[in-house]
Design a protein around this ligand. Structure first.
Ligand code: NAD
Length: 381
């Protein structure tokens, strides 16, 4: 069985799907691994490192696509690349199956079996495969660093001979994996931090990191589903949230937003008026740009200025930390692959409680019920 890794082709993508450490383990499991030449250079691994780990190197991208039994990627390959894959080949990567279901069509047409890292259940057994959490950790960390370089103040309180410098005030909206890492990073830099989330359970985590938790009256609403994710809340709760955030924003130097509801547009938490009320020089980093943004004026993929307030909406911050992002992603993918590879052969047990639910498409059909629903909605609109 041949496992193939290509150089990623999306703009600004510097990550690689497998690093030499994981390849060594796969070769130990009798798999054949072939890497496109140069695939790992931006992530700190050159061809010689891959060869030393037991991989073969090739420059022939087309032949690699045609011969792959398992193609391991970071992002969904292009339509052209998918069209070259073998019928029945397996693809593993971030495929955006719920956000862009229509883009799964080439995989269905080609009869590729595709596993989406986003669909891996967040259970204890699958914890080592949780690539969403790995990337969110990096994104939350980097968002604070990016913001800190834009804010015209220092983050820590400093007492100097020239007087005392007060600490920066940072507000984090959405206290999931990315938000909590942003809180921890801003705290390490010495900022005074506040966190907000509609899940009341997030309050304890926010406080344990030394930040203040902003609470909104939820009116008895159940805001968390059985999987620990946020539910969409009522317009009344959203309105109260926006008022509270607008009030806090006036005294804040930096806001980082990471609020998401799976499969829905990101909740709109910062209105245009709230941005107008912010101090000149303050910064918003909106991490929800790929699902529409948490800030009303955010432009996905761009950095804009609104009356002296900088609003940044980066779409792939994880790729700006390629060494550690690739390391974590590769380990997640390796854990997942080890469920399927035995004695050098591929063995897909769809009854397995991780393999089954993470399969987006198989034998030209959408396998996952949420993917089926998203795909039929996309195709009928
Ligand atoms: P996410 O990316 O889906 O959302 C980010 C945050 O936005 C969440 O905390 C959510 O509550 C919040 N949010 C949604 N709507 C909001 C609104 N209107 N206002 C303010 N905040 C809003 O979430 P995530 O980071 O992927 O994590 C979601 C949950 O899953 C968390 O409880 C996390 O602890 C849990 N989790 C569990 C595991 C595991 O058990 N293996 C792994 C990772 C995450």
């Amino acid at each position: 069985m041949q496992i193939t890794v290509l150089k990623e082709t999306e703009q600004d993508e510097l990550r690689v799907a497998l690093i030499p450490e994981s390849i060594k383990k796969l070769v130990g499991m009798k798999a054949t691994v072939i890497i496109e030449s140069g695939a790992g250079v931006d992530s700190g691994a050159n061809d010689a490192d891959y060869q030393a780990a037991g991989a073969a190197i090739s420059n022939d991208r087309a032949a690699l696509l045609e011969s792959a039994d398992v193609l391991v990627a970071v992002n969904r390959p292009s339509e052209d690349a998918i069209a070259r894959m073998k019928k029945g080949a397996v693809l593993i990567g971030f495929l955006r199956p719920l956000d862009e279901p229509e883009k799964l069509m080439p995989l269905l047409d080609r009869g590729v079996t595709a596993f989406a890292m986003e669909l891996i259940p967040r259970t204890t057994r699958a914890q080592s495969m949780d690539a969403l959490s790995s990337m969110a950790t990096i994104v939350g960390y980097k968002a604070v660093l990016v913001a800190a370089t834009y804010v015209p103040r220092m983050f820590p309180m400093l007492t100097t001979a020239a007087g005392t410098v007060p600490p920066a005030k940072v507000l984090i909206l959405g206290a999931g994996v990315a938000g909590l890492q942003a809180i921890a990073t801003a705290r390490r830099l010495g900022a005074v931090v506040e966190g907000f989330d509609v899940r009341a359970a997030a309050g304890e985590a926010v406080r344990s990191l030394g930040a203040k938790f902003l609470e909104v009256d939820l009116g008895g609403l159940q805001t968390e589903d059985a999987g620990g994710y946020a539910r969409e809340v009522t317009e009344e709760v959203m309105e109260r949230s926006r008022e509270l955030i607008a009030k806090q924003a006036r005294q804040t130097d930096c806001i980082i937003t990471s609020a998401q509801v799976p499969g829905k547009r990101a909740p709109l938490l910062i209105t245009e008026e709230a941005v107008s009320g912010m101090k000149r020089g303050s910064v918003i980093v909106d991490l929800a740009g790929s699902t529409g943004g948490n800030c009303a004026v955010a432009k996905p993929g761009e950095t804009i200025d609104r009356d002296g307030v900088t609003i940044m909406t980066p779409l792939n911050l994880a790729a700006t930390v390629p060494v550690h992002a690739s390391q974590l992603y590769s380990r997640n993918v390796f854990s997942f692959l080890s469920l399927m590879v035995s004695d050098g052969e591929l063995n897909l047990d769809f009854n397995d409680d991780i393999i089954g639910p993470s399969c987006a498409v198989h034998q030209s059909e959408a396998k996952h019920p949420r993917v089926q629903a998203a795909l039929s909605a996309a195709l009928s609109s």
